[in-house]
Write a protein that binds this ligand. Sequence first.
Ligand code: NAP
Length: 272
Amino acid sequence: MLTRLIPSSQEPLPVIGVGTWQTFDVADKAAPRHLVDTLTTLRAAGGTVIDSSPMYGRAETVVGLTAEAVAPDDFFYATKVWTQGREAGIRQIEDSLRKLRRPSLDLMQIHNLVDWQTHLATLREWKAAGKIRYIGLTHYTDAMHDQLARILATEPVDFVQFNYSILDRHAEQRLLPAAADHGVATLINRPFTEGSLLAKLRSNALPEWATELGISTWAEFLLKFIVAHPAVTCVIPGTRNPAHLTDNLQAGEGELPDAAMLEKMAAFMRQI
Ligand SMILES: NC(=O)c1ccc[n+]([C@@H]2O[C@H](COP(=O)([O-])OP(=O)(O)OC[C@H]3O[C@@H](n4cnc5c(N)ncnc54)[C@H](OP(=O)(O)O)[C@@H]3O)[C@@H](O)[C@H]2O)c1
């Protein structure tokens, strides 16, 4: 699978990962078969990134027990802190470690910028102590892109996570260039606008020029558009379905569209 370098460390990261909002929020006490198959599929294709949050119900717990059944040391664990206050934040991070069954975490992000100044100080301490490898910030709405970009200009962070898709290109204006300028890795959420883009495309055939580029599914079409942006480090489509993940992972293989093809893809989507 194609990788991109995390600017702050030069560590390569596979460009397609998996998101766990709703998809991993299940009540099982044992690792659910379909999620074991999902994480096995991720690893088999060379993917590593799993994005979660204490906001996602039981998702962190289910990631922990499912990853343990697959290859716990082989994943890049990204989760978040999502609460007010220093002490509550520390307790939540400790809970995440326990739920994910990890001695340390790869990436700890501040979810939706909730009490971000307070948590940023904590995350820096945890990073210095070696309990977190990278720190980051997240949001999911266009309205917060400017604020994220302003923070990147003043606060050293390793990652920023935000929304970007073929029909929601607001991030191209300021946030993606800001991440590139300040040497910050990007995780892209809501690549299918919570699945609605794929639902909209279901009754349409892929255009012939897309199949000529080697694209065989709509998921691959939508994700390759995102991965083609040079400031994108990794996209994290949410899925609970190993077959869907197989489609998504294809976007990390083969050729990427050039500038002319990207505009053709976007124009095609606008008229659907
Ligand atoms: N503020 C934040 O930090 C924030 C906000 C939003 C999201 N996120 C993160 O970003 C991740 C992705 O965003 P999202 O889950 O909201 O939306 P998304 O990735 O745009 O869409 C997820 C939906 O698409 C479906 N899907 C995925 N691959 C598919 C395929 N190949 N074919 C058909 N359907 C497919 C999934 O259903 P199936 O399970 O049936 O495949 C799921 O319902 C989240 O899971 C979360 O980890 C973070």
